[in-house]
Design a binder for this molecule. Structure first.
Ligand code: NI
Length: 159
């Protein structure tokens, strides 16, 4: 298990677009393992590679604590509905804000064996997929917050 340092808002790496992953190798497998370790340690439900300083299109998500999802080169192919709720980010600890997202998304991505798969999500999973893919394009949820950012005592569902 290896923890990586989570980059905090203001770090230029969080504003950059990430590159597609062309092939799987040991180094990238290790990165994915470390991203899960780092996300669980921080009690997050999602983490994108740029949040640990790596500009690759890789996302890990686990909204239940027992449902780890790896998304490599993810793309949203369908979305519908709307949900408005609190969102946080491991790169902005102690804060949250209200963001409107689709209530349903369908995405395609590669898994850690570089096999293409499709995933559907609603509610928190849909929110997490949108939030993490935004990171890969250098965007953070603060750009979408309705009203003011709020302070939270303990971040519950950070991405
Ligand atoms: Ni985030």
């Amino acid at each position: 298990m290896a923890l990586r340092t989570i980059r905090i808002a203001g770090d230029p790496v969080l504003g950059k677009a990430c590159k597609e992953v062309k092939e799987m190798n040991e180094r990238t497998r290790e990165l994915i393992d470390d991203m899960f370790d780092t996300m669980y340690e921080a009690n997050g439900v999602g983490l994108a590679a740029p949040q640990v300083g790596i500009l690759k299109r890789i996302v890990v998500i686990d909204t239940t604590g027992e449902d780890p999802i790896v998304m490599i080169n993810p793309k949203i192919v369908e979305k519908s509905g709307e949900q408005t709720g609190q969102e946080g980010c491991l790169s902005l600890p102690g804060k949250s804000g209200i963001v409107t997202r689709p209530n349903y998304v369908k995405a395609v991505a590669y898994n850690e064996d570089m096999e293409l798969y499709e995933i559907e999500g609603t509610e928190l999973l849909a929110r997490a997929i949108c939030h993490e893919i935004d990171h890969l394009d250098g965007h953070m949820y603060m750009e979408k917050v309705e009203g003011e950012l709020m302070n939270v005592e303990e971040a519950g569902e950070d991405e």
